[in-house]
Design a protein around this ligand. Sequence first.
Ligand code: SF4
Length: 217
Amino acid sequence: MSHSPTLRLTEIYASIQGESSFAGVPCTFIRLTGCPLRCRWCDTAYAFAGGEEWTLADIVTKVLALKVPLVELTGGEPLAQVAAPELVRLLQAEGLQVLIETSGAEDIAVLPASTHVIMDLKCPGSGMEERNLWRNLEHLKPSDEIKFVLAHRADYDWARAVIAREDLAERFQVLFSCAWGLLAPKDLAAWLVEDPVRCRMQLQQHKYIWGPRAKGV
Ligand code: SF4
């Protein structure tokens, strides 16, 4: 007997993309359940467990019903489930543009080349710095994005050093985010004005629109 591949999902919903170079663009989110990491400031711990098993076909049907041409796989950690790359392929075959947000701790080489990857590099303040899979940098495209979520000045200094060491600003799009409630946006803005780096400072738009604890938006 053959089994269709499934993924464990926490939620699927249409909203506004809240961060990255796609911020402000309508987007359907597929939030996969589970993550092997435990970032100190994680804002989606509700996706660590629970969820429901969905066939890939049912996920595609649901996404198409929402009629949004941009779709993002997120989590949790979407690449912690082996069927995630196949879902990306199926969505792309329907003509959808697919983004994936990943922690940077899983191998991104499993993804189709046309996937738009938004990959974290975990700063020391996350407590997960040792989980960065540095060889992923060899698989990112110039159009892909690297996100640093900063909890304090030491994270900012670490990110600056990594950007210089790996020449990231020349190779990829670089995003700087504030860990919610830990780093004030005006402090990050002041540091960047004083000491410019080629990056995009971003705020999590969905938290300003719907509040920091809202789910499914
Ligand atoms: S990688 Fe993402 S989902 Fe996992 S613990 Fe860190 S912030 Fe949370």
